[in-house]
Design a protein around this ligand. Structure first.
Ligand code: F0G
Length: 466
């Protein structure tokens, strides 16, 4: 008998969930322009929009809030956060930022010159936006398999070294200020990068004098996959693996809202003193004093505790296991999902789920809207809408047209995952009744946040027969 496991925590405080009727959800969806970003959280039952800043903090973190030192300069809380980053991540220099994109802004401004190229293992929206705002062209160097939702690969986030070498040859190392390696790769489905690949990328870059900067947002999840899947690591602790992983980089940007287990915060870390000095000058301009960088003393205390809690082997095993608990039920029911199941989310393959819709009818956006309508579960489009437009004003048309079901850390139980699975399975059985969408309003940048849509069906209904 396989013995079942349960959450490695118990519940100390609860938050009541909204349970709307179908008609109430339909009205809420219309008000939101069929964009799940615009739905009021008061109208959401299970919120799988993001794992960002949605973590449940531990009692130790809540306790630490009271010890926050809110001094404008030289806060004790900052010292504790800086020490936690040094201990757990191993970087020498650390600067606090209000969240991950604050660190991306500073790094991009300092390292990029107009006309540069920044290679990365698939893009992330804000990361690429900052690179482009500073005049760089993003170049995708992830392995081809990452663009195939069904291709089984233990490390689907790996960098294709040949693609990287070709780019270096084509544009020259001096036009590549750094290579950005995400661990794990969000938009590929939360897929990890292997230790060997990280080592190889670092060696290749350094032989050309190019820096490697990690997007370490979900680095603990990446470390767990290495422990589980890569030969020679199963006996090591996640903490040990993480430290080795990060040693194959020159620094990182970090969204603390994910693997630091807090609701707000981030940092920029590096080993180069000169980059640190220049970064500190910009932190003052954009974030705040280098001893708080947009965070309060109490946030920094909570983050210092969260950084250490996240590398607890029981925590991370359950975290990945819960995401898998949802994913495996969907796979068993024949639902098209990105495989293998990644670290922070299950991604529905909307292209195949709604195969009757062309990509211009925004299948992932329509599926996310239909899921909310069916059960009040909020998910996120990660397809053509998120990919935005190119310099010529045309839609970028990513191969992956996905709906992301992102699991917040320590918030929901596996029963909630079962409710989500049931809703998706029922939707799949009536998938032909779901119509496409038209975009009625489109903002110029990061359009997925605020764009508005309406159903293409003449009846005006997203799902016929309901
Ligand atoms: N990098 C990755 C891989 C991310 O997933 C995010 C945020 C960021 C950088 C930016 O960090 O939000 O703290 O400024 N991802 C969130 C998400 C928004 O829902 O995936 P931030």
């Amino acid at each position: 008998m396989t013995r079942r496991t349960a959450e490695p925590y118990k519940i100390k405080s609860v938050e009541t969930l909204a349970m709307l009727t179908y008609d109430e959800r339909k009205k809420a969806l219309e008000r939101a322009g069929y964009n799940t970003f615009l739905i009021d959280s008061a109208d959401v039952y299970i919120d799988l929009l993001t794992d960002s800043g949605t973590t449940a903090m531990s009692d130790a973190q809540w306790g630490a809030l009271m010890t926050g030192d809110e001094a404008y300069a030289g806060s004790k809380s900052w010292k504790r956060l800086e020490q936690a980053v040094r201990d757990v991540y191993g970087y020498q220099y650390v600067l606090p930022t209000h969240q991950g994109r604050g660190a991306e802004n500073i790094l991009s401004q300092l390292k990029i010159n107009p006309g540069d190229y920044v290679p990365g293992n698939m893009y992330f929206t804000t990361t690429r936006a900052h690179q482009e705002l500073n005049g760089a062209t993003f170049v995708d160097i992830i392995i081809d398999e990452a663009h195939d939702p069904l291709f089984e690969h233990s490390f689907k986030g790996n960098v294709d070294l040949q693609k990287l070498e070709n780019l270096i040859e084509e544009v020259g190392a001096d036009r590549i200020p750094y290579v950005c390696v995400a661990v794990t790769v969000n938009l590929a489905g939360g897929q990890p990068v292997s230790m060997q690949n990280l080592k190889d990328v670092y060696a290749l870059c350094h032989s050309h004098g190019i820096d490697v900067m990690f997007d370490a947002t979900r680095c603990v999840e990446n470390a767990y996959f290495i422990k589980e899947r890569e030969e020679g690591h199963s006996h090591r602790s996640v903490a040990e693996i993480l430290k080795e992983m990060l040693s194959y980089s020159d620094g990182c940007t970090m969204s603390g809202k994910k693997d630091c287990l807090v609701n707000m915060g981030g940092f920029l870390a590096m080993n180069d003193e000169e980059l640190y000095t220049r970064s500190r000058e910009l932190v003052v301009v954009y974030e705040g004093m280098p001893s708080y960088g947009g965070m309060s003393g109490r946030y920094m205390e909570a983050m210092a505790v969260g950084i250490r809690e996240a590398v607890d082997d029981h925590y991370i095993e359950h975290r990945i296991g819960q995401v898998r608990h949802l994913g495996e039920q969907l796979i068993a029911a024949g639902i098209p999902v990105v495989q293998p199941i990644g670290g922070h989310a299950v991604f529905l393959d909307a292209r195949s789920f709604l195969s009757h819709l062309p990509q211009e009818a925004f299948p992932a956006q329509a599926l996310a809207a239909a899921l909310y309508l069916d059960s009040g579960v909020r998910s996120m489009e990660r397809g053509i809408v998120s990919a935005g437009r190119n310099q010529h004003g045309e839609h970028n048309t990513p191969k992956l047209e996905l709906v992301r079901l992102t699991i917040p850390r320590r918030v929901y139980t596996n029963n909630h995952m079962d409710v989500v699975a049931d809703s998706i399975i029922e939707l799949y059985n009536k998938r032909d009744s779901i119509c496409g969408l038209r975009m009625d309003y489109e903002p110029p940048t990061l359009r997925f946040f605020t764009a508005r849509f309406s159903p293409l069906a003449e009846s005006g209904d997203l799902m016929s027969g309901n």
